[in-house]
Structures are given as structure tokens and as C-alpha cells.
Design a binder for this molecule. Structure first.
Ligand code: AMP
Ligand code: ZN
Ligand code: FE
Ligand code: FE
Length: 513
């Protein structure tokens, strides 16, 4: 685009793919006509409009930033998170497909409530207005207005559709943390949309931003049609203070919000012309993409924890293992999974995780209610002899885990080095010479067998951990260990397993009985 007049940036717009009224291509043409030279399409919960918009933008010569606006659950309402500079990955598509489903469920409930009040509206009419996959409340408002049930679309919201109004139904949306993780996994920059709409005090907003930042938030929408000049000024300072990228956009919806102009907001209340904002945003997206590749190429250590059993509300193994998800130890990424306390199903679940992550090391972790310390198991035996049924009701009494399998497997992890390093980290730990004959032994033996047959390059083994204090409380004489201690112990165990993968240390780890 030529001329020395200002060109505007608009990083928040909707098309017919969600609840805007311009097709993606028309939206791009409309942007160009209004002197917007950097445009992000951020449809609600869908990326279906991106290919069309991208093509139109390249034909018309403006910068296009692929985006999405995802609704998260937030108290009794919603929080909107923008993903800017995203890649259209299969995982993101699948995540958004779940959102379409929870929308459909909610839409049915809203329509049932409207029908009860005597309004004759059915889903097909609303879908016809919506055109795309995303059927939302503004489409319902349009149908209600068309049928003369209300005198304006705003009235439809105020009386029936708005949060708290007669026919409002909350969606079963994902948490903000899940949305942020999905955006990051697609290489996008997660941005809190229109913070003003959260209705928080300044102090509460800062707390929320800090919390979201810890979950991976990288930006906040400083400039938005709903945020006036002084709010924009304040938010800009907040963004600087919290080291979040400032972004902004009109939230243009076409004739669904006729007062909002693309690039300029309401009565020209926004004017984003500083193109270094776009440079910083694109740099962050590119860093995010590099990180994904680095993680993908990084070696993995798989830790599993069991589901609860034996009447316990939690299983300390999964509680502790879950804490380590995504952590990097000696250039290895920790990947984790929860496995069922069910004979064979536990092995199938572990093998599925191995297939998914291709780990170098597998450590299954289980609860041993009587354990005094963390116990690194030496051996798994070919014997299922259950003193209580597993979670599916199986209670074998002395059957082999693998008929025809060897009597036992020594684990392949460097157990002595692991115990030594755990103790050096001030975590009580010892070598154990029996994993019992229940699920923990089943997995210790079974995973050893699977590795021996199919993945000889993978080191495997098993760690037993005591009850958590909250489990032991009230059970007289039961030992316990705090989850932070267990987590420290597991980190030390992983670190030793990596460093001594080529050979264990020579140390004593026996027992006299
Ligand atoms: P949905 O995606 O079905 O939850 O609908 C969300 C959209 O409804 C928002 O993007 C707004 O455009 C519109 N909306 C939500 N609340 C109101 C309200 N109180 N008044 C007018 N429009 C609203
Ligand atoms: Zn919208
Ligand atoms: Fe929004
Ligand atoms: Fe929006």
C-alpha cells in the first residue's frame, strides 16, 4: 500500500466462520479499503476461515496473521483468549472441534428455554443464519429479531441471552490454562482478550494476569473497542510492568456490531499504528514454533502414575508424577500419563504412552501404603496374586502375568545410582527386592517384558512411594511422605537414570530378610 498516511493494525476481527457478517475474503477487502495493512482473523473457536483470508490477504498485499479467539470457563462467565500467529495443526483442530460440540449442547438448552417461554425457534433456523460451524447467541438474537419477538438484537440479549438473563446457559468450556496450552502447542501467542470484560478491580486483574502468565500467557489486549483511552493507557502500563506483549484490535463483527469499525473501533477509539508491535508479536510466535520443534526433538523420560484404588480418594503416584509434566531434566523432557489399576489395561496404557512419546526411559510409579521410604524396585516377578480385586474386579490368585514368560525380570534402570542420588537430595530411598504381587509388580514385570520383546533400547523400572500425609492422617501408625519430597525424589531418580544409563554404580543395596 502506498501513501504516507497512517496505516492501521487490527489484530481482532470476526468473519462468517463465527459470528461476523463478512466472509473472510470480504473482511480482508474491507480491511484494505479502511487502510488496515496488518490484519488478524480471530474467529470464535474456529480456524475454518483462515485459508480464505490468507489467500485474499496475499492477493491484496497486506500482512495476515492467522488467529483464533477461544472461550474459556471463568467463574459463572467466560474469559476470551486470543491465539495470534497460530499454525493450523491437527491438535488445534481437534481441540476446537470439542468446543463446537459444547456449543451445540448449550445451544440446544438455550433453545429449549426459549421454546418454553413460547418463542418458536428451532436449531435449523439458527444454523441457517450462522452459515458456518459456529452457532452462537448473536445468531439467535438475529432470528428473534427477524420473527418480531424483540425490537432489537440488544433486547434479545438483555432479556434472554445475556449472562444472567432468563435463558442463559453456561457452556462447558475448557479452563483458561487448557486454552493457553493449546495455543502454545500450535505455536501461537496466547493473549488475554478485552480484559475489561472480566469486570475485575485493577488489583484482581493483576493477580489474574500473573496467574495466567504462569500458565504461559504472553500478551494482553491493550487496545480494544470496549476499552476507552484511559483504560488503554492503564493497560499499556500493566503490560509493560508484567512483561506481556501489548496487542489490540477492533473486534469487528460486520453488521452484527455496526458501530464497531475495522481498524478504528467505536468512534475511532483505537488507532494502532506502531508496527513494532507486530514485529514483536511475530518474533514471539516464531520463538514459540522453534520451542515446539526443540521439544519434539528432545529425548523423553516417561513417568506414569496409577489411578486411585483400594478406597483411596487420590493416588500419590499420579499426584506427584503429574507435577513433573513438561519439566526438563538434563536435556530430557518429562512426559507423563495416568494408568488404570486394572490387570493388563495398565500395560496397554503404558505401551500406548511409549508409542506416543518414544521415551528413552520409562519409570512407572505406584503407591505402597506401608512403605517407609521411596523404594526403587530391583525385580518384577511373573506372578499375579491379588489380596484385593483390581479396579475392574479381577482377583487372580497366583496366575502368571505372562504365561510362558520368564519367572522374573531384573529392571534395566541403574537402581543403585538412583537411590544414591535420591538420598543425596535428602529424600529417604532404598533398593527394594520385592514389588509385591499386585498391580505394581504386574506393571514392573509386564513393562520389563514389553521392553525386552519390543523396545530393547528403552530402560524401564518401578518406584514405590508411601502414602501422602493426608492419606495417612487418621490411619494409626501409617508412614507418609509429603508430595514435594516425592517430587524431589523422582527428579533425582530421573537425573541418575539419565546419567548412569550406560551402567549402574557399584554399591550395596541388599537386605538380610
Ligand atoms: P456465544 O459465542 O454464543 O457465547 O456469544 C458470544 C457473543 O455474544 C459475543 O461475542 C457478543 O458478540 C455477544 N454478546 C454476549 N453478551 C452480550 C450482551 N450482553 N449484549 C450484547 N451482545 C452480547
Ligand atoms: Zn464475536
Ligand atoms: Fe471476545
Ligand atoms: Fe471477539
Amino acid at each position: 500500500m502506498q501513501s504516507n498516511e497512517k496505516l492501521y493494525i487490527d489484530l481482532h476481527c470476526h468473519s462468517t466462520a463465527s459470528d461476523g457478517t463478512d466472509s473472510p475474503a470480504r473482511l480482508v477487502a474491507h480491511a484494505v479499503k479502511n487502510r488496515v495493512d496488518v490484519l488478524a482473523l480471530t474467529d470464535h473457536d474456529t480456524i475454518a476461515g483462515l485459508p480464505e483470508a490468507k489467500l485474499a490477504a496475499s492477493q491484496l498485499g497486506i500482512t495476515f496473521i492467522p488467529g483464533v479467539e477461544i472461550s474459556a470457563n471463568y467463574g459463572t462467565g467466560e474469559m476470551h483468549l486470543l491465539g495470534l500467529g497460530i499454525q493450523e495443526t491437527v491438535q488445534l483442530q481437534a481441540f476446537l472441534q470439542r468446543m463446537v460440540k459444547n456449543r451445540d449442547e448449550r445451544n440446544r438448552k438455550i433453545l429449549a428455554k426459549l421454546n418454553q417461554l413460547g418463542f418458536k425457534i428451532d436449531l435449523t433456523e439458527v444454523e441457517a443464519v450462522a452459515k458456518g460451524d459456529i452457532v452462537s447467541r448473536p445468531h439467535m438474537a438475529t432470528v428473534m429479531l427477524g420473527k418480531g419477538y424483540v425490537s432489537s438484537r440488544q433486547e434479545a440479549f438483555d432479556l434472554y441471552l445475556a449472562n444472567g438473563a432468563k435463558c442463559y446457559v453456561q457452556r462447558d468450556s475448557p479452563s483458561p490454562e487448557e486454552c493457553i496450552a493449546s495455543i502454545l502447542a500450535a505455536g501461537g501467542v496466547p493473549v488475554l482478550a478485552h480484559p475489561i470484560q472480566l469486570g475485575l478491580s485493577r488489583k484482581a486483574l493483576i493477580q489474574t494476569l500473573l496467574h495466567l502468565k504462569a500458565a504461559g500467557l504472553q500478551g494482553m489486549e491493550v487496545w480494544h473497542s470496549d476499552q476507552n483511552g484511559s483504560v488503554q493507557h492503564d493497560y499499556y502500563e500493566l503490560a509493560q510492568m508484567l512483561d506481556l506483549l501489548p496487542t489490540g484490535g477492533s473486534d469487528y463483527h460486520g453488521s452484527n456490531k455496526p458501530h464497531v469499525a475495522i481498524g478504528r473501533g467505536i468512534d475511532k477509539n483505537i488507532s494502532i499504528t506502531d508496527h513494532t508491535i507486530v514485529e514483536r508479536l511475530l518474533k514471539q510466535a516464531s520463538d514459540n514454533q522453534k520451542n515446539i520443534l526443540r521439544r519434539f526433538l528432545m529425548k523423553k523420560v516417561l513417568l506414569t502414575g496409577f489411578q486411585p484404588f483400594g478406597g483411596e480418594a487420590v493416588n500419590p503416584a499420579w499426584v506427584a508424577v503429574k507435577e513433573l509434566t513438561g519439566k526438563i531434566i538434563l536435556d530430557h523432557e518429562i512426559v507423563t500419563g495416568e494408568i488404570p489399576v486394572v490387570r493388563y489395561a495398565a500395560l496397554i496404557a503404558t505401551e500406548r504412552l511409549i508409542e506416543e512419546y518414544h521415551p528413552e526411559i520409562v519409570i512407572n510409579v505406584g503407591q505402597a501404603g506401608s512403605a517407609l521410604v521411596m523404594r526403587v524396585e530391583r525385580i518384577g516377578i511373573n506372578c499375579d496374586d491379588y489380596s484385593i480385586p483390581d479396579n475392574a474386579g479381577n482377583q487372580p490368585m497366583g496366575e502368571p502375568v505372562v504365561p510362558e514368560g520368564p519367572a522374573a525380570y531384573f529392571v534395566t534402570l541403574p537402581i543403585k545410582a538412583m537411590v544414591q542420588e535420591m538420598n543425596l537430595a535428602n529424600v529417604p530411598a532404598e533398593v527394594s527386592n520385592s514389588a509385591g504381587t499386585y498391580l505394581c509388580n504386574h506393571v514392573c514385570y509386564g513393562v520389563s517384558h514389553i521392553a525386552a520383546c519390543k523396545y530393547p533400547q528403552i530402560l524401564t523400572g518401578f518406584i514405590h512411594i508411601p502414602f501422602l500425609p493426608e492419606q495417612a492422617a487418621g490411619k494409626r501408625g501409617r508412614p507418609s511422605m509429603a508430595v514435594t519430597t516425592v517430587v524431589t525424589g523422582l527428579e533425582a531418580a530421573v537425573s541418575a537414570a539419565i546419567r548412569y544409563r550406560n551402567g549402574d554404580i557399584n554399591a550395596e543395596g541388599g537386605a538380610q530378610h
